[in-house]
Design a protein around this ligand. Sequence first.
Ligand SMILES: [Mg+2]
Length: 311
Amino acid sequence: LPLKEKALIRRIAAQAAGRHAALLTGIGDDCAVLRLPPRHDALITTDFSLEGVHFRRDWHPAASVGHRCLARGLSDIAAMGGRPLAALLSLALPRQVPQAWVDAFFRGFLRLARQFGVALAGGDIAQSPSGVLADIVVLGAVPTRRALRRCGARPGDFIYVTGKLGRAVAALELLRSGRKLRPRAHPAHFFPVPRLEVGRALRERRLASAAIDISDGLSTDLSHICDESGVGAVLLADKIPHPAGVPLEFALHGGDDYELLFTATPRSRVPPAIAGVPIARIGEITAAPGLWLMSSNGRRSRLNSKGWEHF
Ligand SMILES: [Mg+2]
């Protein structure tokens, strides 16, 4: 049986202990006290991780659930070009979840937090009537008025994406078909790494006119940039990076990749890789609204933005 709330919080606080420049007061008071670096704006984002919606306990090891929970929030900070400082986690656990599951959840969560210097600054624990429910809040900082936004794409801008797309949903489809997967063999699904260095470099070098992270799928997240910027887009089918064996459909519509999608004016010198992550040019922003996919023979077809149905 899981520990009582007080004992559990003490245990989490001990595991989360460590020095963080931004964190003046962490777990154990009514509020966390955080200090933003001077001349920075605060970034704040929140995401649910719900059992049966975002993960399944029979498919995802607890360490992966904890990792992915934080990765969702960190990826949003990356998309804004920010640096993550601290996270707050509210966790509701059904009575029958063993303590070992909770420990492994925090192992996965805190390993990723340490990797990016993020403090677990507080949260809440409750009993859930059914299913594990986790709600993450991540606080980050970005130099004043320098946050990357979704609204800056202009006609003629090129469209870029980091890494390769479709791997997370490819693993999900294998799980759905009944396959058992070794998490270490499918890190893009079980342990995605948010593109914080790339986001920061895009902001520092002023390369991007607009940016978003790919959480819902390329077609859906590109439509968010287009909606916010009042533009349309054409994607080149044969330029969209996806690993051999992963269908283009997965790369176009599969979510949970946590790569970055951004636009840049044709004058921007976008390098072929940033921080070791390959960058691919995949299309162009148009004045006319709507999303189009151009095949290698030059045929254009409408690109519908559809997310991937999870479980
Ligand atoms: Mg996002």
